[in-house]
Design a binder for this molecule. Structure first.
Ligand SMILES: [Zn+2]
Ligand SMILES: [Zn+2]
Length: 336
């Protein structure tokens, strides 16, 4: 089996998992064009992908989903709740800002429609009942990640632009899965497990084929028992090490965002990842990949030192090699 982290961090996440027969992309948090480019950089053929799996609907995990899945004609696997949340994000009327809502209301008031009719329209147009929420699901951990949805990209995809504009959520095949229920894609068995994070129905995954087990757990506020259990016996463990607590506390984020990141449904700190590695991790992986590092609230060396200290004497030439996934370039392909 092999794994290539194409990108990891709050500006976009995507990881390729492959056996000799099956290729799966976990999340598509960059544009389809960038993901295609990075796959080629890693000597992977985008056209050979069999499926796209989504962990949760935050923008840094779904940015390129629609375009990539349509271009390649591959099925997209979501939980049902994540699929719905993703559709809400994709539908243009959900992006109404409070200013836009006020303007719309003023316009409606100036027309000859009855007040009741206008109110009904406003109610329908307001995003999730919260007109101030401009981006209902954008991962606000890194404020700069609040980019617009990939409308531009949808529009310049000339192949079926008209249909996409009409229904930007159109996908050739959607498969729903549920956390806790394993399924197979080709010869890879997939076990999704629930993670604590502020999304509709977020999951991590364990992949297994040819006797090799790969676990992915990023975007989680803490390590509950179901996650530590799922991550046992992994040969490759990809674990979030999002922030250094002090850097986050003293850093540039607004207090509310800091609170969210530190919360039980936020992101795993270097210390929390290290605590898991020291106390609960079985020490059996060849590679431990630290992932989803914050660019503002972490430094790669801090994450590495914390993890290596926690792994301690269990590190050797053949076991527990600590690697750091990057935002701007693919990580080396790990083969087992
Ligand atoms: Zn994320
Ligand atoms: Zn997230």
């Amino acid at each position: 089996m092999r794994m290539t982290v194409l990108a990891s961090g709050s500006k976009g996440n995507s990881t390729l998992i492959a056996s000799s027969r099956t290729r799966i992309l976990v999340d598509a948090g960059l544009s389809a064009r960038e993901l295609t480019k990075r796959m080629r950089m890693a000597d992977e053929t985008p056209e050979a992908l069999d499926a796209l799996l989504i962990t949760h609907e935050h923008q840094d995990h779904v940015q390129g989903v629609a375009v990539l899945a349509r271009k390649l004609g591959i099925p997209v696997y979501f939980t049902e709740a994540t699929h719905r949340a993703w559709m809400r994000w994709m539908m243009p009327q959900k992006r109404l800002t409070y200013a836009g809502w006020l303007a719309q209301r003023a316009l409606q008031a100036s027309t000859s429609r009855s007040a009741a009719e206008a109110d009904a329209n406003i109610a329908m147009g307001s995003p999730d009942g919260d007109p101030e929420s401009a981006g209902p699901i954008a991962d606000s951990v890194e404020p700069e990640s609040a980019a617009p949805r990939p409308e531009e990209e949808l529009e310049c995809d000339a192949r079926d632009g008209a249909e996409e504009k009409e229904n930007p959520c159109a996908l050739a095949v959607v498969e729903h899965f549920a956390a806790g229920n394993g399924f197979s894609i080709g010869d890879i068995s997939v076990t999704p497990f629930t993670i604590p994070h502020d999304a509709a129905d977020p999951v991590g995954f364990v992949f297994e084929a040819e006797g090799i087990r790969i676990g992915i757990a990023t975007d989680l506020g803490y390590m509950p028992p179901n996650v530590t259990a799922a991550l046992r016996r992994c040969d490759i463990l990809m674990l979030e090490s999002n922030h250094d607590l002090e850097m986050l506390r003293d850093g540039p984020y607004p207090w509310q965002v800091k609170q969210r990141v530190m919360s039980r449904v936020g992101h795993l700190s270097n210390d929390a990842a290290a605590k898991f590695l020291e106390k609960e991790y079985d020490g059996g992986a060849s590679y431990v990949v630290l992932a989803h590092l914050s660019e503002k609230n972490n430094m790669p060396e801090l994450a590495r030192v914390a993890a290596e200290r926690a792994i301690g004497a269990r590190a050797s030439l053949l076991a527990n090699k600590v690697l750091l996934a990057e935002q701007s370039a693919p990580l080396e392909t790990l083969c087992l």
